[in-house]
Design a protein around this ligand. Structure first.
Ligand code: PGA
Length: 242
């Protein structure tokens, strides 16, 4: 299986910066065949990226928990699907912690993913407090429970909250421990990405772990040189097959 490298651009980049980035990424990806690339731009650029990205998938960063109607400012699953998007990041810790998104809301979004045939990247992860107080497994298990009735394909992204945007990455061993725990619960099929301060210096060590199938990358995915370095390193790695 190719490593999956997913960029989460969050609320960054203007339209011209997005166009420039996609242009460069198309040039780089033309010679890299061992990577599955996913780009997650903000809503206004979904259509543009879906049309211009040659080697890769586009992902939305969120969808509304509601199907349609009077929800000013929300963007629905059906809308992103109609823009050529097949993948969506769900339950990112910034949504959970800054916008009070609950597991019940994420469950509603997963139902809409089933209706509109969208592949979710479900983010799970513990805070430092939860880790220190021994609740790690309970938190992850509860966050994964929303998948119980989910029948379609999906990805998991393990993103320890204490490692996101902080420069503090989980060591490959710490991440692998949690990935192995998740693998035990969800089985062999769904890819499990790691996220949290991934960069060109730590990507290799992370991807060498048997249960780390790829990375969800925020800050380092915004700089084209750093991101292409990550792509080249990942492309050159031989993954241990499960
Ligand atoms: P980071 O973000 O790489 O900047 O830590 C990762 C994420 O939030 O998905």
């Amino acid at each position: 299986m190719n490593p999956i490298i997913a960029a989460n651009w969050k609320m960054n980049l203007t339209k011209s910066e997005v166009e420039l980035f996609i242009n460069k990424s198309n040039q780089i990806m033309a010679s890299l065949t061992n990577i599955d690339l996913i780009i997650g731009p903000a809503f206004p650029y979904l259509n543009l990226v879906a049309n211009q990205l040659l080697n890769g998938e586009v992902a939305a960063q969120n969808i509304s928990e509601f199907k349609s109607g009077a929800f000013t400012g929300d963007v629905s699953a059906e809308m992103i699907k109609s823009c050529g998007v097949n993948t969506v990041i769900l339950g990112h810790s910034e949504r959970r912690h800054k916008f009070n998104e609950t597991n019940d809301m994420i469950k509603n979004k997963l139902n809409l993913c089933e209706t509109y045939n969208l592949k979710p990247i479900l983010c799970v992860g513990e805070t430092l407090e939860e880790r220190k107080s021994g609740q790690l497994e309970h938190v992850i298990k509860t966050q994964l429970d929303v998948l119980t009735p989910f029948k379609h394909e999906y990805y998991i992204a393990y993103e320890p909250v204490w490692a996101i945007g902080t420069g503090e990455t989980a060591t490959p061993e710490i991440a692998e421990d949690v990935h192995a725990y998740i693998r035990n619960i969800i089985g062999n099929q769904p890819p499990i990405l790691y996220g949290g301060s991934v960069n060109s210096k730590n990507i290799e060590g992370l991807l060498k772990m048997p249960n780390i199938d790829g990375a969800l990358i925020g800050g380092a995915s915004l700089k084209i040189d750093e991101f292409s370095e990550i792509l080249s390193i990942s492309n050159a790695l031989e993954r241990v097959s499960k």
